[in-house]
Write a protein of this length. Structure first.
Length: 424
C-alpha cells in the first residue's frame, strides 16, 4: 500500500473525513431519490413524523449514550462495555413493549408510526455512539455501508412501487433498523447483570439528564421550525416538504463537524488536551466555509436538475440557513469537550439561549415570510449557539479566539491532503 494512503487510513481524523466524503455523495443521491419518489407533500409529512421520532427518541434515551465515554474514562473497567450494553438491552426491551401498547391509544396513523419508531431510533443512536467511541474507523465505514444499502432500497422502491404512506414509513425506518442490527452484532457483548447493575443504571441516568436536555434543545434548535410550521393552517405539507429539503441540503455542511466530533470524542475520552479541540474547530470552520460557497454557486442549478421544479424554492431556504449553519460546528465540537469533562449543565444553559432565539424568530417571522421566515430564525439560532460556545470555551481554557478561527500551517495538510501525523 502506498505510504500516503497508509497515513490516511491510519489517522482517525483523515479516515473519518474520507468516509464522509463518500457519505455526502450517497446521502445526496438518497435525498434525490426520496424527494422525487415521495413528492413535496409526502416528504413534508415524512419530515413532520421524523422530528417527532427524533424528539421522542432523545427523551426516552435520556442521554445514557452521552454518559458512555465519561464513565469509560472514569472507571477504567474492562467489563464496563458489557455491563453498559446489558442495561441498554433491558431498558430498550421495556421501551419496545410500551410503544406497542401506547400506539393503540392514538387515532392518527402518523402519530402511531412515530411512537413505534421512537425506541428503534433511540436504540440505534446508543449502539451507534458506543461503537463510535470504541472503534471510530470501523464505525464510520459501517455507517457508510448502511447509507449505501438505504440508497439501494430507495432505488428499488422507485422502480417497483408507487409512493404512499407505508412506503414512506419504511424509508424512515430502514436506516435505524440497519444500525440497530449491525452495531448490535459488531459489539457482540455478553450480558452481565449483577448487584452493581442498578447502581450503574442510576449513575447513567443521573449523568445523562443534562446531555439529554442539551441534545433535545439541539434538535429543537434545528427542527422546531418544522413543528411550528405545521401549526399554521396556510402552511401545507408540500411547503414543509420544500422547506425540509432545503434544511436537509444544508445538513451537508453539518456532516463535517459531525465527522470530526466522533473522532474528537474518542480522543478526549482517552485524555486529549484542549488544543485538540481548537485545532478541530478551526479546520471545521474552514471546511464549512468552502462548502458554503460551493452550495451558493451550484445550489439553484443542482436543485432544479436533480430534484425538479417543485422544489426550486428550497434554494432560498438553503442559502439563508447555510449562513448560520457554518457556526454550528463550534457547538457540536465544544459541547463534546464539555460532556467528556462532566460540564453538561453548561451545554444546556448555552443551548437554551439559542432555542429561545429560534422560537421567538419563528413566531415573529413565519407569519410575514412563510418558510423563508423559519429559515431566518433557524440561521439566527444557529449563529447565536456557535458564538456562545466559542466565548465560553475560550474564557475557560484561555484559548485565543484566533486559534479557534484562523488556520495554522500545521493544519493545512489535514485540509488539503487529509494527511497528518499519526495520533499527535
Amino acid at each position: 500500500m502506498p505510504k500516503s494512503i497508509s497515513k490516511i487510513l491510519s489517522n482517525e481524523y483523515s479516515f473519518a473525513i474520507l468516509t464522509r466524503i463518500f457519505s455526502i455523495f450517497i446521502t445526496v443521491a438518497q435525498s434525490i431519490c426520496v424527494a422525487r419518489y415521495l413528492g413535496p407533500a409526502l416528504k413534508g409529512e415524512s419530515a413532520y413524523i421524523n422530528i417527532i421520532v427524533a424528539t421522542g427518541g432523545i427523551i426516552i434515551t435520556f442521554g445514557i449514550h452521552e454518559a458512555y465515554p465519561y464513565f469509560k474514562k472514569k472507571l477504567q473497567d474492562n467489563t464496563f462495555l458489557s455491563r453498559y450494553i446489558s442495561l441498554v438491552y433491558l431498558i430498550y426491551g421495556i421501551y419496545f413493549t410500551l410503544s406497542l401498547a401506547l400506539c393503540f391509544w392514538f387515532p392518527t396513523a402518523d402519530i402511531q408510526a412515530a411512537i413505534l419508531l421512537m425506541p428503534l431510533a433511540g436504540y440505534a443512536r446508543v449502539v451507534n455512539y458506543v461503537h463510535l467511541v470504541e472503534n471510530p474507523n470501523k464505525r464510520n465505514i459501517t455507517t457508510l455501508s448502511i447509507s449505501f444499502i438505504t440508497l439501494i432500497v430507495s432505488i428499488i422502491l422507485i422502480i417497483l412501487t408507487s409512493a404512499n404512506f407505508y412506503w414512506m414509513i419504511l424509508l424512515l425506518m430502514i436506516t435505524h433498523l440497519l444500525q440497530a442490527i449491525i452495531f448490535t452484532y459488531l459489539l457482540r457483548c455478553k450480558p452481565i447483570y449483577d448487584k452493581t447493575s442498578l447502581g450503574l443504571a442510576k449513575e447513567l441516568f443521573r449523568f445523562g439528564f443534562f446531555p439529554m436536555i442539551a441534545l433535545l434543545m439541539t434538535t429543537l434548535n434545528y427542527k422546531v421550525d418544522i413543528l411550528m410550521l405545521k401549526q399554521y393552517n396556510y402552511i401545507t405539507y408540500a411547503m414543509i416538504g420544500v422547506y425540509s429539503l432545503g434544511i436537509g441540503l444544508v445538513d451537508i455542511i453539518v456532516i463535517i463537524p459531525d465527522t470530526l466530533k466522533g473522532v474528537l470524542v474518542s480522543k478526549l475520552s482517552k485524555g486529549a488536551a484542549t488544543n485538540e479541540v481548537a485545532k478541530v474547530c478551526r479546520c471545521c470552520m474552514a471546511s464549512s466555509i468552502i462548502l458554503f460557497f460551493i452550495i451558493l454557486i451550484l445550489g439553484r442549478w443542482a436543485i432544479r436538475l436533480f430534484y425538479g421544479e417543485p422544489y426550486i424554492n428550497a434554494y432560498e431556504v438553503v442559502i439563508i440557513t447555510a449562513i448560520g449553519i457554518i457556526f454550528i460546528g463550534y457547538f457540536k465540537l465544544i459541547a463534546q469537550y464539555n460532556i467528556v469533562n462532566g460540564k453538561q449543565i453548561r451545554n444546556v444553559v448555552l443551548l437554551a439561549a439559542a432555542v429561545v432565539t429560534n422560537a421567538i424568530g419563528n413566531l415573529l417571522l413565519v407569519p410575514r415570510l412563510g418558510i423563508n421566515g423559519a429559515a431566518v430564525a433557524t440561521s439566527l439560532g444557529n449563529s447565536v449557539c456557535g458564538i456562545l460556545f466559542v466565548i465560553s470555551f475560550t474564557r475557560e481554557t484561555h484559548t485565543p479566539i484566533k486559534d479557534m478561527v484562523l488556520i495554522k500551517k500545521s493544519d493545512l495538510s489535514l485540509l488539503k491532503n487529509m494527511v497528518v501525523k499519526k495520533q499527535q
